[in-house]
Design a protein around this ligand. Sequence first.
Ligand code: TIU
Length: 236
Amino acid sequence: MTNSKGPSIGKVAAEPEPIALDWTATALLIIDMQRDFMEPGGFGETLGNDVSQLARAVKPIASVLSAARETGMLVVHTREGHLPDLSDAPPAKVERGAPSLRIGDPGPMGRILIRGEAGHDIIPELYPLDSEIVIDKPGKGAFYATELGDILEKYGIENLLVCGVTTEVCVNTTVREANDRGYRCVVLADGCASYFPEFHEMGLKMIKAQGGIFGWVTNSAAVLEALGPEVAANRP
Ligand code: TIU
């Protein structure tokens, strides 16, 4: 980082090739680490998924989040969800499939995928600080119908360290949106997870194939290493 402790450029080991990042132009983007996806009784489980598959991403994200906070990196959290009157929820999304509870129905953590409900909130282990940015998004991508693009521009961000859930749905959609907008996306393999391990693997492969068609794939240890020995030594 650019501060008294070290340089502003860090070289991150990644695939298809290492990438040099100017930390002052880099943000940590944590996608949808919400109780609705991570815990029983939420949206993810109503769709028929085994939510325990996602737990593996929490510790790697926590370690990078802690390092980002230590170095002053911009941190952005996102949450997928809808207004209580469902006015921002397309019928095509609400009516889709045969979930045990639909978006807006009352569940054990409040109404499913509705802003302000307990299930919509971010899990305690990764809870945002008051100083961090939280983007509420109605879609799978974090740029669609949100202020994310304006915020990143305001902070001079060119590079995104991306993690969260699920790899092939909201992470991939957001990376594709960001790539088209000119951001370098560096995705943390161990900081992402899917209900389907094979989709996780393929989701990452799709990003880094063809010379990094959508971005780069790295892991939490490589990011901590690139941020410098002081940060790596303090990892939780
Ligand atoms: N179902 C699924 O895998 N994901 C979502 O619905 N949203 C996100 O990925 N956040």
